[in-house]
Write a protein that binds this ligand. Structure first.
Ligand code: HEC
Ligand code: HEC
Length: 387
C-alpha cells in the first residue's frame, strides 16, 4: 500500500517535471508582455511616466494658490492615473464610430479648444456651444463645469461627452457607457493601463472619470509671458503678492494693460481681475454673467483666460472672433439682464460703460496676449500618445 502510493507520487512528480519542461518549450506561443502591448499601440512607457503629479511650478503658485485646487481628496493627480487619462483623452475608440476623441474638439495647439465656432461631433452633429479651453481648470473653485455650469464637477463632466449622441455617440439608445466598456476591454492596452493606474485591470466608468479628471487637472499653465514677469516681482505677503508692480519683461503697453485689467473702475481700471482672478485667471466662483444678452437669466462661467489669444473664437456661443471685440463688449455693450453681475453695473444698477480710449483698449488686448502659454500648448506630455 505504502509502496503503491510512493510509486504514484514519483510518477506524478515525473509527469509534472516533463509538463514544466514543455511549458518552457519555445514552440508554444509566448504571450506579449505588458511593455510589448504598450509599445505596439502607444508612444508611452510604463516605467518612465512623465511628472504630472508634482511639476516644477513658479514661485507665485504657492500654498495659497494650490489651496484653490478643486481636486477632491479621493482623486489626487497621480502620474500613472494622468497618463491613463492622456490615452483616454486622445483615443478615438471612445466614440461609437471611432472618429472622435476628446482631443478632436480640445486641441493642444489651440489651447485645448477648437477654432470652429461650434465643434464637429458625432456623424456631422455640431455642439450646442463653443469648445472650452482646459488650462487651469483645476483652479476653478466653483467646481461646476460647462459654460452653464450644468456638470457638478470635473469627474462628472468628463464622461458626459462620451454619452452625448452629438459628441461621441454612446448615448442610452446605443448601449450607453456599458457598450463602450465592453469595447474597451477588448483593446489590449487598457487592462494594462488600468492595472498600472488603479492596481487592478477592471475598467469602470468611475475609474475613467478619475483618470480623465487627473489628466485635465494636470494641465496647469505657468509658461506664459505673464508668468515669467510675475515670477520676477512676486512679493509674498504684499497686496496681490506684488502683481501690480510693473513687470520687467513687459512693454509699457502691456504693463498699462495689466493695470487696466487689475484696477476696479472707480480707480480708473476696467475691473477684469474682479472676476478673472490672477495669477491663474480662473473665474471667481461667485461671478455671475457678463451681459452678453439683454434679459439673460442663465449664469455662465468662463474657462481660465490662459491661452486666450490662441483659443478663440470667444464666449459660450463663439460670437466674438477677436480680442478687440471682447474689449469693446466690456467697454460699451454690456446688456442689462437678471443674471448680470453687479461688478458690471454702475452703483444705480445700470450696465457699466467703461469709456476706454483707443490706447487703453489696445493696451488691454496687448495684456491679454501675454496670457498665451506656448509651453503648455507644445508640452509632449500633453500631446497624443498614439502612434
Ligand atoms: C464634439 C466636440 C467635443 C468633444 C468630442 C469633447 N468636448 Fe469637451 N467641450 C466641448 C464643448 C462644445 C464644451 C462646452 C459645452 C457646453 O458648455 O455646453 C466642452 C466643455 C468641456 C469641459 C468643461 C470645461 C470647463 O471649464 O467648464 C471639459 C472639462 C471638457 N469639455 C472635457 C472633455 C473631455 C474629457 C472629453 C472626452 C471624453 C471631451 N471634452 C470631448 C466640445 C467637445
Ligand atoms: C462679473 C464678472 C466678470 C468681469 C468683471 C469680467 N468678466 Fe470676462 N467673462 C465673465 C464671464 C461669466 C464670461 C463667460 C461669458 C459667456 O460666455 O457667457 C467671461 C468671458 C470672457 C472672455 C472670453 C472667454 C472665453 O473663453 O471665450 C474674455 C477674454 C474675458 N471675459 C475678458 C474680460 C476682460 C478683458 C474683462 C475686463 C474688461 C472682463 N472679462 C471682465 C465674467 C467677467
Amino acid at each position: 500500500m505504502h509502496i503503491r502510493i510512493l510509486v504514484f507520487l514519483l510518477i506524478t512528480a515525473a509527469v509534472g517535471f516533463v509538463a514544466c519542461k514543455d511549458d518552457d518549450n519555445p514552440i508554444i506561443p509566448v504571450l506579449p508582455s505588458d511593455a510589448e502591448i504598450i509599445a505596439q499601440n502607444l508612444n508611452i512607457s510604463l516605467d518612465n511616466v512623465p511628472n504630472y503629479a508634482n511639476p516644477t511650478l513658479p514661485n507665485f503658485i504657492d500654498q495659497n494658490i494650490l489651496a484653490q485646487d478643486n481636486a477632491p481628496s479621493i482623486n489626487p493627480v497621480t502620474d500613472k492615473g494622468a497618463q491613463l487619462g492622456r490615452v483616454l483623452f486622445y483615443d478615438k475608440n471612445l466614440s461609437r464610430n471611432g472618429t472622435t476623441a476628446c482631443a478632436s474638439c480640445h486641441q493642444q495647439a489651440k489651447g485645448f479648444s477648437d477654432d470652429a465656432v461650434k465643434s464637429l461631433g458625432f456623424e456631422g452633429a455640431l455642439t450646442g456651444q463653443h469648445s472650452m479651453r482646459l488650462a487651469n481648470a483645476n483652479f476653478y473653485t466653483g467646481e461646476r463645469m460647462f459654460w452653464n455650469k450644468r456638470a457638478r464637477d470635473l469627474e462628472e463632466q468628463v464622461t458626459m461627452p462620451i454619452k452625448d449622441m452629438g459628441e461621441m455617440g454612446f448615448d442610452a439608445a446605443h448601449g450607453g457607457i456599458d457598450s463602450l466598456l465592453r469595447k474597451m476591454r477588448k483593446l489590449e492596452y487598457y487592462p494594462v493601463l488600468f492595472e498600472q493606474a488603479f492596481g487592478n485591470e477592471e475598467i469602470t466608468e468611475s475609474k475613467m472619470q478619475q483618470a480623465l479628471a487627473q489628466f485635465i487637472r494636470s494641465m496647469i499653465s505657468s509658461g506664459s509671458k505673464f508668468d515669467q514677469g510675475f515670477a520676477q516681482v512676486f512679493t509674498p505677503g504684499a497686496p496681490g503678492a506684488g502683481v501690480q508692480n510693473p513687470f520687467p519683461n513687459f512693454s509699457a503697453q502691456e504693463n498699462a494693460g495689466k493695470n487696466l485689467f487689475l484696477q476696479p473702475p472707480p480707480q480708473g481700471g476696467a475691473g477684469c481681475a474682479g472676476c478673472h482672478t490672477p495669477p491663474t485667471f480662473a473665474l471667481a466662483a461667485n461671478s455671475l454673467s457678463n451681459g452678453l444678452n439683454a434679459g439673460e437669466t442663465v449664469i455662465f462661467k468662463s474657462p481660465s483666460l490662459k491661452n486666450i489669444g490662441i483659443g478663440g473664437p470667444y464666449m459660450h456661443d463663439g460670437r466674438f472672433a477677436t480680442l478687440e471685440q471682447i474689449v469693446e463688449h466690456y467697454n460699451s455693450n454690456i446688456q442689462n439682464a437678471p443674471s448680470l453681475d453687479n461688478r458690471l453695473r454702475t452703483p444705480n444698477g445700470q450696465p457699466l460703460r467703461l469709456n476706454l480710449n483707443t490706447d487703453q483698449k489696445a493696451a488691454l488686448v496687448a495684456f491679454l496676449k501675454t496670457l498665451d502659454d506656448p509651453t503648455l500648448s507644445a508640452d509632449p506630455k500633453f500631446a497624443t500618445p498614439f502612434k
